[in-house]
Design a protein around this ligand. Structure first.
Ligand SMILES: Nc1ncnc2c1ncn2[C@@H]1O[C@H](COP(=O)(O)OP(=O)(O)O)[C@@H](O)[C@H]1O
Ligand SMILES: [Mg+2]
Length: 588
């Protein structure tokens, strides 16, 4: 069939169609150009009665295929179709029950052949799964995870930790059976507060400044010191030790002194001090504390009385009384970090932090920071509060993560977080808080990468975006992980129908891609930009792939391949609407 080489231009070789016939469909089959001690490999991308066009994809040297062609074939070499024995070099090992190989699916071009990836090259790197709605992403992910756990006769991945953020609650059906396998564990958490299931839970005391900033929608870095102060104060207000009581007195005294010297009208000052002391008081400082002057005792409240001249006559006694409490430098205070607190406690502390920063005195400060308070109040008033319940006893983050991956039978490998019942903004915050938790944990391990965590994000474009986080926190956790996560064993799997909406950094740091059907020119362009060895013809093919068929490429694959992924068994619960069964169901 193949005649001589007519033309070589870039990575394209044009061959003579020696038979001048189109009797067989060789499109997408591979052609080998044998050379002295190597063989150049190309893919047939188009043919007509005169010519056959081949895209060069790699070389075979000593029985090993490497993608990329350094030296083009000689004009006098005689091309031939790839031998059966060579196909495995291109498609990956056919031994799909080996623990070294990840079975992905069946080859579309080479009937009867499997496509597999080197498991290390696949799961040691970030990956992206892209395609239009309904193109087969969720089924593909479910099936690949099933393959990891079922297609493995040698050994089970007991020390894998996969966290799936399941935007539509689809995966429970497909993955819960993994729990029945020996040595394997699967856990499911939900955001449906009405259900009996375990709720997604991050104890309130885990929330750090950055987490609070995300949760409370901080819009500028200037809000961070308030949150820092809040976190300091919550321990002081909640702590029972004598040191904490002393601190409490000091900071209340200071805040009241501040109000007394604010220069506002007597009535305003009286009302504010009364309001603050009603909510924030100790046995030493409260509205009924006796203020003793020689021969005369009045309560603090009485000292705030205003005479008919509009003056607070006895205010100096209050000042004298409060000044006896020493002034504190919050930054040097050692707090007892073993206490448990909840969102209400945080609110109490935040409110006080705002008062002590002058919120009651300055409208500017009020305007700048009051939304933090409002937002926290909204969360407390909503069902979302339930996700931050602290539990009885304080546990460390390390203990929390260990428990997360521990079940009644022992180790748990897959944790599924169903985020279907919360709004996008809140879901994004939760995924970020979790992701940071895993990343922080991984960076502190003595042995780097000894506790790999795979974070798989459905609808990743909702979470991994070019956010304002950079301006507020100085980083975006997802960008940080895409850049630094690999070396600590924190790996992202991004599933998305909108690659163009994903943060630029994230996609460019992915190493492996499974791309299902896609139409939009912007998305196609992005896919062609991320890989140098995917031909334009292959990109074109993305438009017409059937559901469940994908083009895979990246480090774990020898070259871009078209794969038909098996349907998962059991299936995920589909997120697509079944009109027929609803419209015509008389029971409904
Ligand atoms: N591997 C597959 N083989 C055959 N059909 C598939 C396959 N994957 C998906 N489909 C079909 O496409 C539908 C949508 O798949 P799904 O994975 O939910 O798409 P996506 O997550 O991309 O929106 C499935 O309900 C199924 O009918
Ligand atoms: Mg889906």
């Amino acid at each position: 069939m193949f005649g001589k080489i007519l033309n070589i231009e870039d990575a394209y070789v044009t061959l003579e169609n020696a038979s001048h016939k189109l009797d067989a469909n060789y499109l997408n089959f591979h052609v080998v150009f044998p050379e002295n001690n190597r063989a150049v490999v190309g893919e047939i991308i188009s043919m007509n009665e005169q010519t056959i066009k081949v895209f060069l994809v790699g070389e075979i040297n000593n029985g090993v295929f490497t993608s990329g062609v350094i030296k083009k074939p000689n004009f006098n070499s005689t091309p031939r179709l790839v031998y059966k024995s060579e196909v495995e070099l291109l498609l990956g090992s056919q031994d799909i029950s080996s623990k070294d190989n990840l079975y992905v699916g069946k080859s579309v071009n080479y009937e009867g052949y499997n496509i597999s990836a080197d498991i290390n090259n696949f799961f040691a790197n970030h990956f992206a799964i892209i395609g239009n709605t309904g193109s087969g992403k969720s089924c593909g992910v479910a099936r690949i995870l099933q393959n990891v756990f079922y297609h493995n006769d040698e050994a089970m991945p007991v020390n894998s930790h996969i966290v799936l953020f399941d935007a539509y609650g689809e995966y429970n059906n497909a993955l819960s059976n993994i729990n029945n396998l020996p040595q394997m564990g699967y856990k499911y958490f939900t955001t449906n507060v009405q259900s009996n299931g375990d709720l997604v839970n991050i104890p309130a005391y885990f929330l750090e400044v950055d987490d609070l900033a995300l949760l409370l929608n901080a819009t500028s870095a200037t809000e961070l010191p308030i949150l820092e102060k809040t976190l300091k104060l919550v321990y002081i207000f909640k702590g029972q030790s004598s040191a904490m009581v002393t601190y409490k007195n000091d900071i209340i005294a200071e805040a009241i002194l501040d109000l007394l010297s604010s220069g506002r009208s007597s009535t305003q000052i009286r009302d504010q001090v009364t309001a603050v002391l009603t909510r924030y008081n100790t046995k030493d400082i409260n509205l009924n504390t006796p203020i003793v002057q020689p021969g005369y005792v009045r309560t603090l409240r009485q000292c705030l009385n205003i005479d008919n001249q509009g003056k607070m006559n006895a205010v100096q006694y209050v000042v004298d009384f409060l000044e006896k409490f020493q002034k504190l430098n919050l930054t040097t205070i050692e707090v007892d970090k073993s206490i448990v607190y909840d969102l209400d406690d945080l609110y109490y502390a935040l409110e006080f932090a705002l008062i002590s920063e002058g919120m009651l005195k300055s409208e500017k400060i009020y305007d700048e920071y009051s939304q933090l308070k409002t937002r926290l109040q909204q969360i407390i008033n909503s069902d979302n509060k339930k996700f931050f319940a602290p539990g009885e006893r304080r546990i460390s983050k390390g203990e929390y993560i260990k428990r997360l991956f521990m079940g009644p039978k022992g180790k748990v490998q897959i944790v599924n977080m169903n985020l279907n019942y919360i709004d996008d903004r809140f879901a994004k915050v939760l995924t970020k808080i979790y992701t940071k938790l895993f990343f922080d944990y991984a960076t502190l391990l003595d042995k780097r990468g000894s506790f790999p965590v795979h974070i798989i994000l459905e609808e990743a474009h909702r979470y991994v975006q070019n956010d304002n986080d950079i301006n507020v926190l100085g980083y975006n956790i997802f960008d940080r992980i895409t850049k630094e996560g690999r070396k600590y064993g924190v790996i992202l799997g991004l599933i998305t129908q909108r690659p163009s909406e994903l943060s630029n950094t994230a996609l460019s740091q992915c190493t492996n891609f499974i791309v299902f059907r896609m139409f939009h020119p912007n998305d196609l362009k992005i896919v062609s930009n991320i890989s140098s060895n995917v031909s334009m013809e292959t990109i074109e093919k993305l438009k017409s792939l059937t559901s469940g068929t994908a083009i895979v490429f990246g480090m774990a694959f020898k070259l871009p391949l078209i794969v038909k992924i098996d349907l998962p068994n059991p299936m995920p619960k589909s997120s697509s609407l079944d009109i027929k069964s609803v419209w015509y169901d008389s029971e409904n």
